[in-house]
Design a protein around this ligand. Structure first.
Ligand SMILES: Cc1ncc(COP(=O)(O)O)c(C=O)c1O
Length: 658
């Protein structure tokens, strides 16, 4: 048919016909399969366009039209309200809509434009004034608001909700179940995810979690946002970032994993975001805990539950594959050949001393400013702890004082990497080498820390790690690990943890029962993947505290991290005068804090027989009176940290000069 012809209503146009440009087609027409409708045609309401049709540029189609699958619709086509385009794919397993193709009709609002080759499934709703560019996909159940732009080849998966004015740029991918607020901007190639199992199991559909981007949120090009993450109102994700956890409103995050780098300047905000901190209802209502394990577990709940379920189904509860996998992961983090999983960190120390043949009559040099287990394990093997004071700057054993403690009975030196920072290992190893001492690292608090580029755990002969629930990598109960590069020590340790036996029911050594539960290993195998990111989060929180304390520098002494130390901030521990009173005041203002440790080990009643007295280790005693550990855990929010700083600086100001 030539240009500007007119087909009156209720006509039937045969398959494969070609309708010329500018043609007008009346209402209720049935347009046969494969018909080509040239540019500028105008089609009335209630029309059916059968499969494989081609609809040219600037064609206008009135409401209630049905366009069957395989149709290509060119630029500037306007499709009226209540139209249905295409069909739902039969294999859309992930859809939450009813099976077998009974879907709500597609609704396309007035003035929408749909580009050539765009695929829009039934059950979607596209608000008026929106634009779906060529090659874009809008899957079933997707709700697009008004004036939304879905760019070239971009995808909105099924059941997404996309607010008014949102822009999804070229090739961006929004996974099923995601929710984008109003005026959200998603840059080219950005991608959200909703499947923690990355397609490994059919079960994954049960655990999918979409991403939420609140009003005005912006995601830069090539960024990836992980399942279940919320990007707060007006927050910005820098290009190329991988966002692993929620981003607070108005924060700019960057990197892999993404971390807060600064705030969005107020003049750039289109929504007002005032006091969006969900932990703060009023100036005095905020409660900041010392640590909160529930936040991390909530984030990982599905993954953890699946791992626990697998153990339950396997019937293996002691050692086994999960434990071996964990041993490999920890050996790698510590840069050593062997890791031997045991029941807890205290047993790790006990077994390491046993493996190193430390026993009655031997002395072990260690610090008095540590958790009880460090010295308790020495006494458990029948040896004597010989204490050596700490360096007041780092709270770790002072290497310059070690040599003076060495006697003919000294068998080992046991430095502790306290609060997550390595002891000064070069001089310790040098002294140990000269005196033939075994070096046992107590790395209970420091997994992932480094000393001059080398990981803790690889710095001595053998090292001990704790996975107590509050540690940087924490289990759902007690768990520990011994690591070593020494083949012989590793073999002894494997025997010692199972009653000294290599072959079942044959016992060559006097060992103990200290095997790791498979359940704990399964939990730790989930968490260990996140450890590096959590450490980085702790380090950026520590930087935040450092910055915040700068003005109060005279009152509070910040932790010192010497050159070459990669501190993992198991604790962020400051020194404050009037510590107990300051802690009480913080508590009354809703801020939790902890004292690690209020009484050094040489003054503990149980060690009275060692003959030490007050004044023997002045730096440890002074530290015990002054240290205060502030809330630090990866899920601590910036607004909570700001509150801690605000309150603490205020308290310290009131104590200044007293
Ligand atoms: C320095 C230090 N050593 C040893 C341990 C003992 O570890 P666990 O509690 O796993 O027995 C801990 C744990 O608190 C610790 O902090």
């Amino acid at each position: 048919m030539g240009t500007e012809g007119c087909i009156h209503g209720t006509a039937i146009i045969a398959s494969s016909a070609v309708l010329g440009a500018g043609v007008t087609i009346g209402a209720h027409t049935l347009i046969g399969e494969g018909v080509h409708i040239d540019d500028g045609a105008s089609i009335g309401c209630n029309v059916v366009i059968e499969a494989e049709a081609r609809v040219g540029r600037s064609v206008s189609i009135d409401g209630n039209v049905i366009v069957r699958e395989g149709t290509l619709i060119a630029d500037d086509v306007a499709i009226g309200a209540n139209s249905v385009l295409g069909q739902r794919p039969t294999k859309a397993k992930s859809s939450t809509l009813a099976p077998s193709g009974i879907l709500a009709p597609l609704r396309v609002g007035e003035g929408c434009q749909i580009g050539v080759g765009a695929v829009i499934y039934a059950g979607s709703e596209i608000g008026s004034g929106s634009f779906v560019a060529d090659g874009a996909q809008v899957r079933e159940g997707c709700q697009l608001g008004r004036n939304v732009i879905v760019g070239h080849a971009a995808t909105g998966e099924n059941d997404c909700e996309i607010g008014d004015g949102a822009r999804i740029q070229t090739s961006a991918y929004i996974t099923a179940l995601s929710k984008l607020g109003k005026n959200v901007f998603i840059a080219p190639m950005a991608c959200t995810t909703n499947d923690n199992f990355m397609g490994r199991t059919e079960e994954r559909f049960k655990y999918r979690k979409g991403v939420t981007v609140e009003d005005g949120g912006r995601i830069g090009g090539n960024a990836v946002v992980l399942p279940g993450v919320t990007i707060g109102k007006e927050a910005v994700v820098g290009a190329g970032s991988v966002v692993t956890r929620d981003v607070a409103p108005c924060k700019i995050v960057l990197g892999t994993p993404a971390r807060v780098v600064k705030d969005v300047p107020p003049e750039q905000l289109i929504y007002s975001v005032k006091s969006e901190c969900r932990h703060r209802e009023g100036p005095s209502a905020m409660q900041v805990p010392s640590f909160d394990l529930t936040r991390q577990n909530r984030e990982l709940r599905d993954e953890l539950m699946a791992a626990i379920g697998e153990v339950m189904d396997s019937g293996q509860f002691i050692l086994g594959d999960s434990v071996e996998r964990l041993e490999e992961a920890i050996a790698e983090i510590c840069g050593v050949k062997h890791a031997i999983a045991v029941a807890n960190g205290s047993d790790a120390l006990y077994l390491a001393l046993m493996a190193a043949d430390v026993g009655p009559g031997d002395e072990v040099i260690t610090t008095p400013f540590t958790f009880f287990a460090t010295a308790g394990s020495i006494v458990r093997v029948g040896a004597k702890p010989v204490f050596c004071d700490i360096d007041p700057k780092t709270f770790n054993i002072d290497p310059t004082q070690i040599e003076g403690k060495v006697t003919a009975r000294t068998k080992a030196v046991l430095p502790v990497h306290l609060y997550g920072q390595s002891a000064d290992m070069d001089p310790i190893n040098e002294i140990a080498g000269r005196h033939g001492l075994t070096v046992i690292e107590d790395a209970a608090q420091a997994i992932g820390a480094k000393y001059k580029g080398r990981p803790v755990g690889s710095l001595g002969d053998v090292a001990c790690i704790s996975f107590f629930p509050t540690k940087n990598l924490g289990a759902f109960g007690d768990a520990g690990m011994v690591v070593t590069k020494d083949d012989a020590l590793a073999e002894r340790l494997r025997m010692l943890r199972t009653h000294g036996s290599k072959k079942k029911y044959y016992h060559e050594l006097l060992g103990i029962n200290s095997r790791l539960d498979t359940l704990q290993a399964a939990v730790l195998n989930v968490k260990v993947k996140y450890l590096r990111g959590w450490i980085e989060d702790r380090r950026s929180l520590a930087e935040g505290y450092d910055r915040g304390f700068a003005p109060a520098a005279n009152a509070a002494r910040r932790p010192v991290s010497p050159e070459g130390a990669y501190h993992v901030y198991h604790q962020y521990t400051i020194r404050v005068p009037h510590r107990d009173a300051v802690q009480e005041e913080l508590k009354s203002r809703g801020v939790g804090s902890t004292v690690y440790y209020p009484l050094p080990l040489h003054l503990q009643p149980v060690f009275e027989n060692l003959g030490y007295k007050l004044g023997d280790f002045p730096e440890s005693e002074k530290a015990a009176a002054e240290v205060l550990s502030l809330p630090i855990f990866p899920e601590l929010e910036t607004c909570e940290q700001e509150y801690v700083l605000e309150q603490l600086c205020d308290i310290l100001r009131s104590y200044a000069g007293r």
